[in-house]
Design a protein around this ligand. Sequence first.
Ligand SMILES: Cc1ncc(COP(=O)(O)O)c(C=O)c1O
Length: 352
Amino acid sequence: MKEIITPALVLDLELLKQNIKLMADFGRKNHIGIRPHFKTHKCLEIARLQIKAGAVGITAQTIDETEALVKGGIKSVLLANQLVEQAKIERFLSLCDLAPEVLLCVDSENNLRLLDKLAGAAGVKLKVLVEVDIGMNRAGRKPGEDTVHFVKKVLACPNIEFKGLQGYEGHAVLISDREERIKTASAAVELLAGARKLLLNENIKCQIVSAGGTGTYDLTGKNSGVTDIQPGSYVFMDAKYAAIRKEFIPALCVHTTVLASRGKGVYTADAGHKALTSEFGMPALLDKTGSIEKLNEEHTRLKLTQGSLLPGDRVRILPSHCCTTVNLYDNVYVSDKSQVSEIWKIQRQRAV
Ligand SMILES: Cc1ncc(COP(=O)(O)O)c(C=O)c1O
């Protein structure tokens, strides 16, 4: 590992595979599809491992992620978001014939009209999920009659195919008290299952009802009104999720090098805000007892309460939020039995 230039993102292959298997086993046991979220790793090799383990498809959040997945050979891709700009919609439409199933979310009449018009012009029958707001208040129709009314509008569009419903209980996934999380997530997912029932009463079938994240996979994944779940962070884990999800093991860390000792257990290492994100709080030390006190642009200030370090020593740091930290890197070093076995690309390009 000494050959790695720090700061660097390092992934333990064995632990990654264990996390993927645990989620895949949950899906098989509970007859729920796993549609892992690409936004966590943006890495095609990991998406392929998830599919190989039994995932029904992969979830994306942006047009760039969708393009990377479709062109990377993933057969079912759900863009769990709205596209409202014409250029992005046209890019999406150009992907629809490259994979058996490419799905997009829609939640407004304006957008629906534009999607229908552009799909018609491209000669594509666009597959959509109607997004339902199940309490996060980010996007989506209201769960009751408003959803039914909107789905009927979707069904009336000649160039659109209605495939089902999307919901995300993002306001519940990180609630630390398990009872409180169960209560909030269950209420949210019931709204989605209820919308599906209302549609069934009108003889409108939902082939897909998708929701859920790492914090709620075991609650949402057991609701019979849901067909698949979209967990992302479980593959890597991070300090935030590690506090509430013990069954998955942190597989990803940032390697840093100690640059200087400041005395009294305080050290400066070479990973700052440009190597670690902190919107979920400070990252954590992995093998040392102590904490990270501060991040600057290119420096970490850490304090040990036990042991000592010398300039040149390596320190492994557990990100507080794996998804945004990964997005700072072009590559991840894959470690197999403590040796770098491969370097995988992170697909973080953004269309200009
Ligand atoms: C649409 C959607 N699905 C699922 C997730 C779950 O992600 P995670 O498992 O990392 O919490 C997210 C998180 O942002 C999301 O936006």
